[in-house]
Design a protein around this ligand. Structure first.
Ligand code: ATP
Ligand code: MG
Length: 427
């Protein structure tokens, strides 16, 4: 075993038996997104390193220590994307998608961060991300939040709750930062080393320190909410009124600041206490400054990203089963003639019934061993062909999941018969 090759730590295979849960989540999210008028965009997995340095910020955890950065054969510094917002903004500017027009976009795919792998925290993980460009009002923030609430409803996901905060404008935050730094400088010795370092680089991050002693120290610290500018406060109040009207519950968390530099005004996280320390399943907020910062025209923007591994882990705790896509029919064929006829019969059924999931047995073997495989495939019925059946142009139809008799159906009548049998879940 020791010299067989293994996947890289923190980068997981997603095996066929896990796919039903993934498909259920991906299909449901896609359906809800398109019902709100969001369109998919796909960006490359690799970008110039500078894009992430500029957009995410040099002093964030991601850029300081989590990026997979390498030099390619041309000597360019490239990075496996740690998140999707930067690439999405880059693509929108590059293709003129946000010149005087609103865009509601979403994307999905793997992201890469060199973190310490643990449950819910991987080095390759999947996100579904959503970004809206060109709208600055609280109405679109509310739309995103009611849409996320609808995701959970459609997925049947319980035990998530919404935390909300407003960061105000860049200027308001700068004034708060100064007051916070002054307060914490006086208590420098009481901070842990991580927070001492952040005091110099990214002091707002200290607010979401996981260390209880640091959190206790913050109880008497200056409050961000006291520094919020009037316009941001009105924006936040209007958002809250919309959420109240829509019946979306939330808790204001004054220490929610998010890890990324480019946020302003609304920030939010959907969290659960059922996944241990990795409890955030969806996080986002408003980033009105980023598009201009990356060279586009000033364009308000708001978005969020969901970690699919965490969503699926939570959902698997709550649901016994997912639609599994097992074949409806497994074709068992005995002898060379029946095998050839079976191949043709299956093709003609796929022509007639495009929704039908029919798996044909390959590799020969006795009826007994073929039936064993039919059973293991999860199929509902076996379609049985021997030389006699072929001669009579008919097939046996044997239920595999219930005790009832095998029927015989003429080749000509099979498509209509199967339509009757599976019609309800054909669509
Ligand atoms: P955390 O505080 O857990 O590190 P983050 O603030 O770094 O999260 P974001 O950059 O906001 O996370 O990413 C959005 C979502 O992507 C997270 O809420 C989480 O669900 C998921 N996510 C982030 N990093 C990972 C990871 N290493 N493994 C799995 N999922 C992740
Ligand atoms: Mg992180």
């Amino acid at each position: 075993m020791s010299n067989t090759l293994q996947a890289i730590r923190g980068m997981n295979d997603i095996l066929p038996e896990q796919m039903p849960a993934w498909h259920f989540v991906e299909d449901t999210l896609r359906e809800v997104l398109s019902s709100y008028g969001y369109r998919e965009i796909r960006m490359p997995i690799v970008e110039k390193t500078e894009l992430f340095k500029r957009s995410i910020g040099e002093v964030t955890d991601i850029v300081e220590k989590e990026m997979y950065t390498f030099t390619d054969r041309n000597g360019d510094s490239l990075t496996l994307r740690p998140e999707g917002t930067a690439s999405c903004v880059r693509a929108c500017i590059q293709h003129g998608l946000i010149n005087n027009q609103v865009q509601r976009l979403w994307y999905t795919g793997p992201m890469f961060r060199h973190e310490r792998p643990q449950k819910g925290r991987y080095r390759q993980f999947y996100q579904v991300g959503v970004e809206v460009f060109g709208l600055e009002g609280p109405d679109i923030d509310a739309e995103l939040l009611v849409m996320t609430a609808r995701f959970w409803k459609r997925l049947g996901l319980r035990d998530v709750s919404l935390q909300l905060n407003s960061l105000g404008t860049v200027e308001a935050r700068a004034a708060f930062r100064e007051a916070l730094v002054a307060y914490l400088r006086e208590r420098f010795e009481e901070l842990d080393t991580d927070s001492q370092r952040r005091l110099e680089t990214n002091p707002l991050r200290i607010l979401d320190s996981k260390n209880p002693e640091v959190q206790a120290l913050l109880n008497d610290a200056p409050q961000l909410s006291d520094y919020i500018d009037e316009a941001s406060r009105a924006h936040f109040d209007a958002l809250r009124a919309l959420l109240d009207a829509a019946g979306v519950e939330y808790r204001i968390n004054p220490r929610l600041v998010r890890g990324l530099d480019y946020y302003g005004r609304t920030v939010f996280e959907w969290v659960t206490d059922k996944l241990g320390a990795q409890g955030t399943v969806c996080a986002g907020g408003r980033y009105d400054a980023l598009v201009e910062y990356l060279g586009g025209r000033p364009t308000p923007a708001v978005g969020f990203a969901m970690g699919l591994e965490r969503l699926i882990a939570l959902l698997e705790n709550q649901r016994a089963a997912f639609p599994d896509g097992a074949p409806q029919l497994y074709l068992v064929a005995m002898g060379e003639v029946a095998q050839r006829e079976g191949l043709l019969l299956a093709e003609s059924l796929r022509d007639a019934l495009p929704w039908l999931r029919i798996q044909t047995h390959c590799g020969g073997g006795s009826f007994k061993s073929q039936f064993k495989k039919a059973d293991r495939s999860g199929a509902h019925y076996a379609l049985v062909l021997g030389e006699d059946e072929v001669a009579r142009r008919e097939a046996g139809l044997k239920p595999l999941r219930e005790r009832s008799e095998q029927q015989t159906v003429a080749f000509d009548a099979l498509a209509a018969h199967l339509q009757q049998l599976f019609g309800a879940d054909a669509a």
